[in-house]
Design a binder for this molecule. Structure first.
Ligand code: 5RP
Length: 230
């Protein structure tokens, strides 16, 4: 099975998980990236079963509209039951690195609102310690050099992601050579640097469910107290 087939298997597993819980007034949160795109593709057949979606990027919003799903501004929505999104890395505590698609800030906002965050990933994303994937940090453009110097002090090698402007008009620094054994503390330290909008560590708000696709099938990992349990 190639990586695309594994991504499709977790997208299908997420559809099967959510489908029985859909309600006509429900708004879903939908993430960004190739795995989330496969989820959106599969969602087409369920578009009539829920009210609409909040998207974590303009790209995903367009894809949702194309399959007939109304897309709402988050400020017009008071409840998101399920947020489905991919990840660049995940660990045993369901903490993540996200932002490979430069959508980390909106992803973190939608995840913060959602009752249940379902992360979908192929098994290449599973790591014992976060940080092999360069950590994305969204930065206000005028603070780029200052933030880069501060990230070096924290032990990383930040590199500007060339040619990328986020949906929020900012730039991305990718931090290389940056093993992160304490994700909670590192998320806070990076957030405290003036000029940082958001960093791609999802430690304070990890996933509630992780569907991990491997050659032996999809494995499910969970944190307690998800609304899918009721
Ligand atoms: C986008 C993300 C994506 O979820 C992450 O990059 C995974 O992408 P893919 O599903 O294409 O492997 O965080 O900002």
């Amino acid at each position: 099975m190639d990586q695309d087939a594994l991504k499709r298997s977790v997208a299908d597993a997420a559809l099967a998980l959510v489908e029985p819980h859909l309600e006509s007034d429900m708004v879903l949160g939908i993430g960004t990236g190739s795995t989330a795109n496969l989820f959106i593709e599969g969602l087409a057949k369920l578009a009539h079963r829920f009210d609409g979606a909040v998207a974590s990027s303009e790209g995903s919003a367009e894809r949702l509209r194309a399959i007939g799903v109304p897309v709402y501004d988050l400020n017009a929505v008071d409840r998101i039951e399920y947020y489905v999104d991919g990840a660049d890395e995940c660990n045993a505590d369901l903490q993540l690195i996200k932002g490979g698609g430069a959508a980390l800030t909106r992803e973190k906002i939608v995840a913060a609102v959602a009752n249940t965050f379902i992360c979908i990933a192929d098994e290449s994303k599973w790591v014992p310690t976060l940080g092999a994937f360069p950590l994305p940090v969204e930065v206000i453009p005028m603070a780029r050099s200052h933030v880069a110097r501060e990230l070096v002090k924290l032990g990383g090698d930040p590199i500007l992601r060339e040619g990328v402007t986020t949906d929020n008009g900012n730039v991305i620094l990718d931090v290389y050579n940056f093993s992160i054994p304490q994700p909670l503390a590192m998320e806070e330290k990076i957030n405290a640097i003036t000029g940082v909008v958001c960093n791609g560590l999802f430690a304070h708000r990890p996933a509630d469910r992780l569907l991990l696709g491997g050659v032996d099938g999809v494995k499910e990992f969970r944190r307690p107290a998800s609304s899918l349990d009721s």
